[in-house]
Write a protein that binds this ligand. Structure first.
Ligand code: AMP
Ligand code: ZN
Length: 115
């Protein structure tokens, strides 16, 4: 199996712009942002996709959602609004097979960004 780029980042083997880190999750700035604010919240544990979680991950997934809420506040986009996207499987555009969600926000009409 190819080495997982996100595991490599989590292990500190390549540099990335880490915004937040705790024992379960890491948040990095997306290398190719699709919005003025675009971060990736990934599990520290290697899980291929949302389709690979089970009932046993319920508490972990709840914590992941609460972390989104916390990160949106830290990023200053909680009030203005943001999107949360999880791609699942090749057909959805998932490119990195390590569970992560995209947090996108910070659009400003005057800056010409389209939501
Ligand atoms: P997905 O299509 O949901 O698998 O999204 C993968 C995301 O990871 C894309 O938005 C990429 O721009 C981003 N990405 C890939 N490699 C890196 C990297 N080394 N550092 C930061 N973001 C990355
Ligand atoms: Zn991985």
């Amino acid at each position: 199996m190819d080495p997982c780029i996100f595991c490599i980042i989590i292990n500190g083997e390549i540099a990335s712009k880490i915004f937040y880190q705790d024992e379960d999750f890491i948040v990095i700035h997306d290398i190719s942002p699709k919005a003025p604010v675009h971060v990736l919240l990934m599990s520290v544990k290697h899980i291929e996709s949302l389709q690979n979680v089970t009932e046993e991950d319920s508490e972990f997934l709840g914590k992941m959602m609460i972390t989104v809420n916390k990160i949106a506040r830290k990023l200053g986009i909680a009030e203005s609004g943001y999107k949360v996207v999880i791609n699942n499987g090749k057909g959805s555009g998932q490119m990195v097979f390590h569970l992560h969600l995209h947090i996108l926000g910070g659009w400003k009409k005057e800056a010409g960004w389209k939501v």
